[in-house]
Write a protein that binds this ligand. Structure first.
Ligand code: C5P
Length: 222
């Protein structure tokens, strides 16, 4: 399969030297890209700014802002069979980032915000019937309800939900614990494990969905 993975945070500029971002380390997405490569797939990894070495044999596409990431995803959309969106993309960005460094003497800046593009929502209408889109949902409350809502709203085939309110897993940790929700209604629990192990489970699930979709198309033709 051709597998497109996004990973890491995005950065949204406030002024010439400052930005707003989040605690994503990129580890989960990098582990998914690595697992996909090891399973024999052709992998492109779109990465926000992280401090990780690129996984071996994976084509790297480096981006900074949510808009950059959207552009990169759109450029590889027709190529991919599977998209795994593990990136923690900004939801909001400063409307008019200052071109120069804001001065301390001028006091706390009043920042006007606007929505950053929602990548999955933007590309949902472009999804081909045989393509598999898998999102991630990092939640602190109502994990199951929020994950299922996002699965429907973003027209996904699956979503991997993780509880980021726990200190020893999720953001910036080598550990994670996932619940995988499929659009078919199937639910799979991946108990606390390394992100590499979690990534293998995610890959196994998307491989299964891809085969099911291909099979369905094949049966329609014959
Ligand atoms: O709505 P929420 O950000 O929690 O949804 C999480 C999923 O949506 C993740 O797969 C994330 O990569 C994706 N997302 C996106 N564009 C955004 C924000 C999140 O594609 N602006």
């Amino acid at each position: 399969m051709n597998v497109l993975v996004t990973a890491g945070p995005t950065r949204e500029p406030l002024d010439a030297v400052r930005f707003i971002s989040n605690r994503s380390s990129g580890r989960m997405g990098y582990a998914v890209a690595s697992a996909a490569k090891k399973a024999g797939h052709c992998v492109r990894l779109i990465s926000g700014p992280v401090a990780l070495p690129p996984p071996k044999g994976v084509r790297m596409i480096r981006v900074v802002t949510a808009q950059d990431m959207l552009d990169a995803v759109l450029a590889s959309l027709a190529w991919c069979d599977v998209l795994v969106m593990a990136a923690a993309v900004a939801d909001w960005r400063p409307k008019k980032p200052a071109a120069r460094k804001l001065k301390k003497q001028d006091g706390p800046p009043r920042v006007e915000w606007e929505a950053a593009p929602d990548i999955l929502q933007t590309i949902a209408p472009l999804k081909k019937p045989t393509q598999v889109f898998c999102g991630f949902a990092a939640e602190t409350n109502d994990l199951a309800r929020e994950a299922k809502r996002k699965l429907r709203r973003k027209n996904l085939d699956a979503i991997a939900a993780n509880d980021v309110s726990k200190n020893n897993q999720g953001f910036d940790s080598i550990w994670n614990a996932l619940t995988l929700y499929r659009a078919s209604g199937e639910v799979r629990v991946v108990p606390r494990a390394t992100k590499e192990k979690c990534a293998r489970q995610v890959m196994q699930m998307v491989e299964e969905i891809f085969v099911e979709k291909k099979d369905k198309k094949f049966r329609k033709i014959y």
